[in-house]
Design a binder for this molecule. Structure first.
Ligand SMILES: [Zn+2]
Length: 83
């Protein structure tokens, strides 16, 4: 098989198996909320968001949205402690 083709197939396989293959260590994203934009950060299981709800509860709709997108490649935020 052509090496470029096999590389593409391998990439598709890794992407399809993302829950077993991928573990996120850290990232920072901007989420365009209905009222404002929010910066969500993640580092080694520790979630952060600049909104008021995250400050009070340690979790918010923005963090939950990122959990939904990233699936099992990140640690769940539900047990996070407020910062
Ligand atoms: Zn938030």
């Amino acid at each position: 098989m052509d090496s470029a083709v096999s590389r593409i197939m391998k990439a598709k396989q890794y992407a399809a198996e993302r829950d077993q293959r991928v573990k996120v260590h850290s990232f920072e994203v901007e989420l365009h909320g209905d009222n404002a934009n929010h910066i969500i950060g993640y580092a080694d299981g520790d979630w952060r968001c600049d909104c008021e709800e995250a400050t009070l509860r340690g979790v918010c709709a923005h963090i939950m949205a990122m959990e939904e997108i990233l699936g099992d490649s990140v640690e769940p935020a539900m047990f996070a402690t407020p910062h």
